[in-house]
Write a protein that binds this ligand. Structure first.
Ligand code: SF4
Length: 263
């Protein structure tokens, strides 16, 4: 018979601690962290659980009134003189700053002053002019396609309805809203860009990330005649104070009503 040496390791099957039955203690021991958490949450008295309450959304009328006072000159930042120039600038502004677009458009509008000129543009020459705005091949295709459709179907004039604008190549709901609101003075919807989306979430106006759903939430909360300027106000505030990384809540005129305020 083999004798056991002092200090020799036992086989794992025998080394595992056994459940010990003691009065007042459960015999079954949780085997994993998640099981332990589940067990604790099941036995923790309700009074010990601290739940953070969701704060109510900011009052739309107050937000509008304060931002109007704060940014009395809020307006479309894309320099333009006509619906044609604005639709071109808006197409170029995808994934690009308005400031960069404004550097490019003077030469672009001088080279192609009307939709018919842009429709006949040489793609290589156009790409070279708009190159610094990024995605220039796609944008060049969209610009020539849009201008060709405007010439073929609208006698060279930019149409003034959502339905017709939406049919043009390279024109989505956001571009159509920009053109309708700022070139024609028609409040058809709210422009939702990255700033408007972020502020809508922080102010509690929308819980969606889809721009179309955010727009619907804003339309429900604000009167129609404010839709165009509302986007400019939110964009101005998003650029100046409610910036993406670390909002400057301590300087914000909405900090007492904003559900995301850090002060
Ligand atoms: S309080 Fe803060 S989070 Fe709310 S809108 Fe102002 S800067 Fe943005």
């Amino acid at each position: 018979m083999a004798s056991k040496k002092p200090g020799a390791r036992q086989p794992l099957s025998r080394a595992r601690p056994r459940a010990v039955s003691k009065p007042g203690l459960s015999v079954a021991q949780p085997r994993s962290l998640s099981a332990l958490k589940k067990k604790l949450s099941a036995t923790t008295p309700a009074r010990n659980i601290v739940r953070r309450k969701r704060r109510p959304p900011a009052d739309p009328a107050t937000v509008y009134e304060r931002l109007t006072r704060e940014y009395p000159r809020a307006q479309c930042a894309l320099v333009h003189d006509s619906p044609y120039q604005l639709i071109v600038a808006t197409i170029l502004s995808a994934q690009c700053t308005d400031a960069r677009v404004n550097l490019v458009t003077p030469r672009l509008f001088a080279t192609y002053p009307r939709a018919s000129d842009l429709a006949d543009a040489d793609p290589t020459e156009l790409e070279q002019i708009i190159q610094s705005t990024g995605f220039f091949r796609n944008k060049s295709r969209s610009l020539i396609g849009m201008a060709s459709a405007v010439v073929a179907e609208h006698q060279g004039e930019i149409p003034d309805s959502m339905e017709e604008l939406f049919q043009l190549p390279g024109v989505g709901r956001k571009t159509a809203n920009v053109v309708l609101g700022n070139a024609f003075g028609i409040n058809e919807g709210v422009v939702v860009d990255t700033h408007v989306g972020r502020l809508s979430a922080r102010l509690g106006f929308s819980r969606h990330s889809d721009p179309v759903k955010i727009e619907q939430d804003l339309i429900r909360r604000f009167p129609r005649d404010s839709w165009t300027i509302l986007a400019h106000l939110l964009i101005s505030h998003g650029r100046a104070i409610c910036v993406a990384r670390r909002p400057r809540c301590e300087e914000c005129v909405l900090s007492d009503i904003c559900p995301s305020s850090l002060v």
